[in-house]
Design a protein around this ligand. Structure first.
Ligand code: MRU
Length: 349
């Protein structure tokens, strides 16, 4: 597994991110020192993947908070409220962003005497979010691995790897862990249009780990399934509704429909930080819409479409819970009926 850290806080209180837009060609780290830097990096997908966005937002809020002078804790709370609202406006679908900022908010709202103590506690909480995410991803990997067999063919979409999280990834975690135990998986990575997270990031991460990976275009998923090359589909998620409906990168729901058609298990790897109990169903999940330029202009020297063509570019879609074989959290494997079993699963732990 790649040991590259995609988001970290330095001892000088600056936020450093791996610029994921330049991969796999260049490994470039960027230093972010203001909330505007962090907002921009999230919007531009320099830092991306639901858990990594949450970690970046937490560190970003801290980095912004320490820039200001405060006389009272009340002043700090006021600044935090503005920073939270601002960072929340960067991307709407991944709930980890709100989840992480709400964790910091709980800290800020505690009863404090000294400003320095609040800042120290906020820093510690942001660090905890990152440390816990690595443990959560490792646990998801272990549980998911129990669902797979040696030499399985696995299809994955977008990038739910180490760089999308603190470490290990979610949907890629079982592949990294299995690789250490000689599982010899054959992985098919969807390129994931329009921004090619599968081609640029997943294929790169798996190659680095010496895992057998084959890159396919998104529209090739059906044939590889039909030809019997796929034993399981593994995907990550950006927000899971209380009934198990799951938002993930655009194209995920189509894969679930295909997997259902071909009788292939479809697994969603989901840290509990990605479950949003306030969304009753997937219809409550806001889907980010991004610039049509990502469809018409990206990645090539020449335009890929005629000028001024109309575009529609939703960045995520929602997979109906009926198409999901199991949702795997850090606590274990949840099967349908999700409305009851997701809630029960978390109460037990
Ligand atoms: O737009 P992106 O690249 O941030 O989309 C990311 C995904 O859809 C991932 O599958 C999801 O965030 C899970 S990452 C562990």
């Amino acid at each position: 597994m790649s040991t590259i850290e995609s988001v970290k806080l330095t001892s000088e209180d600056t936020l450093v991110i791996l610029d994921q837009t330049l991969l796999p060609g260049e490994i470039v780290y960027r230093t972010l020192t203001t909330q505007e830097d962090v907002w921009q990096a999230i919007v531009a997908l320099q830092v991306r993947g639901a858990p990594a966005i949450g970690i970046a937002a937490a560190y970003g809020a801290y980095v912004e908070l320490v820039r200001h002078p405060y006389v009272t804790v009340a002043e700090l709370r006021h600044t935090f409220a503005n920073v939270k609202a601002y960072l929340l406006s960067s991307r709407p679908t991944a709930v980890n962003l709100a989840w992480a900022l709400e964790r910091l908010e709980k800290i800020v709202q505690q009863s404090w005497g000294r400003v320095e103590d609040v800042l120290q506690a906020v820093r510690a909480e942001a660090e905890a979010i990152r440390t816990e995410d690595a443990q959560v991803c490792e646990a998801i990997g272990r549980h998911t691995l129990t669902l797979l067999k040696k030499e399985d063919g696995i299809l994955t979409h977008c990038n739910a790897g180490g760089i999308a999280t603190a470490k290990y990834g979610t949907a890629l975690a079982p592949l990294f862990l299995g690789n250490e135990q000689n599982y010899s998986f054959r992985v098919y990575a969807d390129e994931t249009r329009p921004l090619l997270q599968g081609a640029r990031l997943t294929a790169w991460e798996l190659q680095q780990a010496n895992i057998d990976v084959t890159l396919i275009c998104d529209n090739m998923a059906s044939i590889v399934m039909q030809q019997g090359k796929i034993n399981a589909v593994l995907v990550g998620c950006d927000r899971v509704a209380a009934n198990g409906d799951t938002a993930n990168k655009i194209g995920t729901s189509g894969l679930a429909i295909l997997a259902n058609h071909y009788g292939i298990p479809f697994y969603v790897c989901a840290p509990t930080s990605t479950i949003d109990w306030s969304c009753r169903t997937g219809a409550d999940i806001e889907i980010e819409e991004r610039s049509g330029k990502e469809i018409t202009d990206s990645w090539y020297e020449q335009p890929m479409a005629p000028p001024a063509v109309k575009t529609y570019n939703p960045a995520f879609d929602v997979t109906d819970n009926a198409l999901i074989t199991a949702i795997i959290t850090e606590h274990g494997i949840v099967r349908p009926a999700y409305k009851e079993n997701l809630a029960g699963h978390l109460q037990v732990t």
